[in-house]
Design a protein around this ligand. Sequence first.
Ligand SMILES: Nc1ncnc2c1ncn2[C@@H]1O[C@H](COP(=O)(O)OP(=O)(O)OP(=O)(O)O)[C@@H](O)[C@H]1O
Length: 958
Amino acid sequence: MEFFVETAVRICPIPPSTENITCVQSSSINNTIQISSNQTYPVNYALPLNCSQDTVFCTAASPLLNYFLEGCDVSIVTLGQSHTGKTYTLYGPGLHYAASESEQGLVPRFIRDILSKLKQFRDRSWSIHITWSQICGDTVQDLLGNGSVEIEDILDAFQLIQIGLSNLAPKCAHTLFTITLEQQWLVDANVQHRVSTASFADLASCEKLLVYDSNGLAQTVPNDLGLQTLQACIMTLSEQCMRLNHFGTNQVPYNQSVLTTLLRDSFGGRAKTLLLCCISPLINDFGETLYTLQLASRAQMIKNLVTVNSYMTYDNRPSPENLDLFGLQFAANQLLKLVSNAEELFQKLVSAGCLKKAEMEQISQWLMLKQECEECLSDNSEPHRSLERIEEEDTENFSDSDSEGDMSDEDHNFIERLDNLIEEFQSKTDALVIQENFTSAKSLLSSSNNSFLNSSYHSKGARGRRNSIHFLEELEEKSNSLNSSKISDEELAITKQPKESTEPAVSHDIKKKILKQVNILLMGYYKQIIDLEQTIRVKENLIQQLLKHRNTKSNAHSRIEQKCQKLKKEFKTIQEKLKQAHDKKNHYLENKYKEELEEVETKLKDAENVKTLTEEDNRKLMELENSIHTSKRQLEKLKKLKRKEEKRMQMYESQIKEEEKSMAVNKSKESNKKIQKSSDTSKALVLHPSNPSDSSNNISDDKVDSYRHEIRNLRRTRDYLVEQRCQIDVNSQNKKILNDIEERKLLQYEEAIEAIDLAIEYKNEMICGHRNKSLENVEEQGEIMLMDRLMKLDENEMRMLLYKHFHKVIELRFNNKKLELQVVDFENQNENLISRVQNLCHSLQQVRMEGERRIINLQQQHEDKIHLILRHMANDASGGGTGSEDCTIVGLLGKPRIPRPVASTANKISKNSNLITRITRIARTTETVPGQHNHVAPSPQTKITRQKNKLFIQQTNK
Ligand SMILES: Nc1ncnc2c1ncn2[C@@H]1O[C@H](COP(=O)(O)OP(=O)(O)OP(=O)(O)O)[C@@H](O)[C@H]1O
């Protein structure tokens, strides 16, 4: 959006005692200001005479408010001669004006309105920061003493305004008050950011000079570099706009003063600007009023390109499922940063030795708490624990680096022994867990009927309740393997027998799980090793750099030492001179020496500071070497752990492969067995008649035949049921998940098959004459009562009972199945959580390492800069004798005593550029102050002549 700079004119009230004649009239209807009888200036807002602060705000300032809220920069600049109410218009009558609301100026009104409007935007989050600075010539001072200050309500703003007003220099200073608003809100899945600045510039008034340009034309210019440059900028911009060339700002001399650099956005920049002119209506002030109105009329020709300062970021806030993880990660990162910052700060404070005993105690308590937290953290996560353990050891090394050499062997042995013990403990616990499984399974199996164990149905591994039950033989074998070897070698014992077909299924699953864990652990180790190697490299680079710069620093150190001595001498001499001047009561000299003394003192302080910079090398080197040593040991340790885990991984992988192979062989064997089994019953049928001489078989042949017939029928039914069951199995393989009805059917088929198997077995026993033995067993077991009752049941009752029992069993199996699925689900969830925690720990570790590297990089940059400065100093000092040396130190350490030529202003501005950037955020554009030094115009030739009490300046550009 293109907007012309707007102008408003406020006529200050005339004191009642004044007898002066007025010459200015304001017409708020036509928005014109008329001075004398024939000159009329059109403006955007011609404010009525004696208008209130509220009128000024509502008429001229409040339209800017909406732009500001939308994310545009806005600017209000007050211009006018002295005592016309510029400061009054912006801030009100004085320090305690907050009480009288009607007198409040534009700034507090603006802030109040913003705050109330922001409160209406409930979906937005926002922050407001305020800076207030004073520009005196080419120096910028912070009026608030704290740089940018955040405010939350209008009271905060009042407080800041009062602080600023009390710090205001009495004269010749321009001030710049900025309000920076940052807003954020959600738009679909994105976060909308808006950053806008409202600046309020109060331009100081000054004397005007008459100047003749190269064409011999007279011009009125202010006797202040800032205002002079502002006038030049306005002139150039307005001319460009008149020539429709309003965006070629290269020709505009913004960079010739601090003031115009700061106001760059207000004139020809990106802010929506209001130039508020305060004029006096008195005829005596006609010249000044005319100047102000003429400048305003040029300013309103300037077009600004107003833009909304906005950008979008993707809303990466977590979904409810991973909210915890995100929160944890974020909190962990922040906390780590905070803790490491605090620790650094504490270390600095402690080494500075300026703390009281109680404060030292507080710090040591804090450090203890931190250590406790770290221990807690390391207890909760396996990979973290391993690293933390090493770090704790390092801290000891770091704090007691002298005894490190003696300790290290012992430490190594101790750590190795500790590792062995941990390993032994792990393998023993694993073995115990397996043994426990085995015992519980055995007790389960022994409680069930032995006939179940022999049935082919079990070997088939029926689904449901028998899923988790293992064959006694298998487990016994396992138990043998455990007993025959050391428990700690349990895993190896398993590996030694992988080819045997009786490998338990549990151990295979456990191995797979362990393999997964080992993989995760290894990944963590790989990352940590890479990180650590990087960190070591960065630290080594820094050491090399420090060593490389040693000579430069020692040179600089001796130069600065000399300089300090000189300055001290100079200080003493001036002190003596001051004393003499004081004794002679020569105030002029006294003041002069006082100033000189202050200057030398500042220089001395600065030189001392620079000297300390050159002295810190040895300590830094020692610290770095220690820390590299520590990191290398961590690295060794990690590599050792990595190798161990890799071995473990290889071992498990080969075991699993072999097991899978043997399982495939077993499967084919089982299918062969199955084919054999299917002929078992018929074999039995063939076997029994071929053994008629069996003495125990005392049932008649007819009975045997009927049993055989029944068995044949039962087999047919069984075959049918097995077919149906297989059908459901096929369905389940296709669909992966069975619905409840199918699941129930499956269980019914399985139960029915089992019942038929039992019936066939029973009939076989009857044929073989074993039945009585079973009954005897029952009697022996004291279950006669139950059997008696069962015998007393008639056929229908028995059927009913069986029917109910059948359904009860199905129900129980169904529920059991569900529970097993739930258990599997929980196990998976548990595994997921464990891997999440591990990932989190790895991320934490990574963040830590990154932080360390970043700090070292910053240190490196810092070293580079110091080296550069010191090298320059050494070069200059060695090349230029005492004079140039003075210049270097002066240039570096203090303000020059000799007034600078005009061209040096640009250099000075560049020194202030950081502060300027902070205040105005002008740094957004690339062509800020430093970049513009190239355009500094060659210093114009100026001819000054004086006639009576007037000064005539003639300027020609070469
Ligand atoms: N419209 C007004 N209503 C009431 N008092 C006013 C008004 N304008 C100015 N004053 C008073 O006049 C005096 C001078 O005003 P102020 O200091 O704001 O002028 P200024 O233009 O900022 O001067 P300078 O350029 O010297 O800093 C103050 O005491 C102020 O309260």
